[in-house]
Design a protein around this ligand. Sequence first.
Ligand SMILES: Cc1cc2nc3c(=O)[nH]c(=O)nc-3n(C[C@H](O)[C@H](O)[C@H](O)COP(=O)(O)OP(=O)(O)OC[C@H]3O[C@@H](n4cnc5c(N)ncnc54)[C@H](O)[C@@H]3O)c2cc1C
Ligand code: FES
Length: 280
Amino acid sequence: MKMPMEQCLVDDFEVIENVDLGEGWFRLDVEAPSIASTARAGQFVQVRIGSTDDPLIRRPFSIFDVGPEPGPEATMLRLLVQRVGPGTRAMMQLSAGDRIHLMGPLGHPMPRPALGEDGVLLLIGGGIGVAPLYFYCRELAAEGSSLKHQVLLGARSSALLIGIDAFHKIGVETHAATDDGSCGFHGNVIELLEEKLESFSDPRQVAGIGCGPHGMNLALRDIAIERDLDFSISLENYMPCGFGACFGCVIEGPADQPLRYRRVCVEGPCFPVRELPEKF
Ligand SMILES: Cc1cc2nc3c(=O)[nH]c(=O)nc-3n(C[C@H](O)[C@H](O)[C@H](O)COP(=O)(O)OP(=O)(O)OC[C@H]3O[C@@H](n4cnc5c(N)ncnc54)[C@H](O)[C@@H]3O)c2cc1C
Ligand code: FES
């Protein structure tokens, strides 16, 4: 499947608001109608900050939300960002009226699994993985979709369950797992998922989309393969260009197919678990 590059815009946009969410996280709202109006959940933007070459390489960020509602009328683009290094530190300094250089939307939207009436889609997130999952829920709501879905979010402790309030506000059934037991299930999100899966007698009743830290993604893939579940995982590989030119983001193709490298930025970032190699 080819990426619709003709819909990809590169421009400077105005920052509307930068909201400090604590614990090194912040939400950046940008007036970017040309990107927001075509963006779909699971896609991302590449960010370059200021006019200098430091940092030289653009930084990829999932689209967290668009406003006022997902669809062609959307004008505002929201990013949920965790400060980790020079790029995200510079983004944290941005304030209303500043300009930010964006390229996007990039990558493919997350899939819509075909489930029967009794089926449930589980959206499993950890860390910054909550960002595309929230946009996915917003999109389902805006479309009036009948796809039943629940969110499972994991973090070390309750203070790090960033974004969970946003899911509650839009009325999505959301379950938390914390390593220290300070909120919800005491354990990691994969253990919570295993408990949830017990309630489904038929694996065809459940589908899943996961996005989280590498360890979570690996465990998710193993469970889904073992139980023959229709799960997909959105990867957050290192992405120097984001549009297929550099091969800096490749993973191997599935083990049962002739070796072929796949570019996560243009063929993903979300892949069905069966298409993922043992190591990714
Ligand atoms: C598809 C995708 C979606 C993402 N969505 C979000 C999101 O919604 N919110 C969020 O906070 N973060 C997201 N990230 C991660 C984010 O891109 C990195 O945290 C950011 O690039 C770090 O830049 P830095 O300069 O602050 O840190 P650095 O010190 O440069 O790096 C810190 C960490 O980020 C990784 N990183 C650096 N540059 C890149 C790059 N070009 N591509 C991927 N990883 C990189 C490094 O390998 C390192 O592990 C996403 C990554 C990908 C690939
Ligand atoms: S990031 Fe350059 S090809 Fe994927």
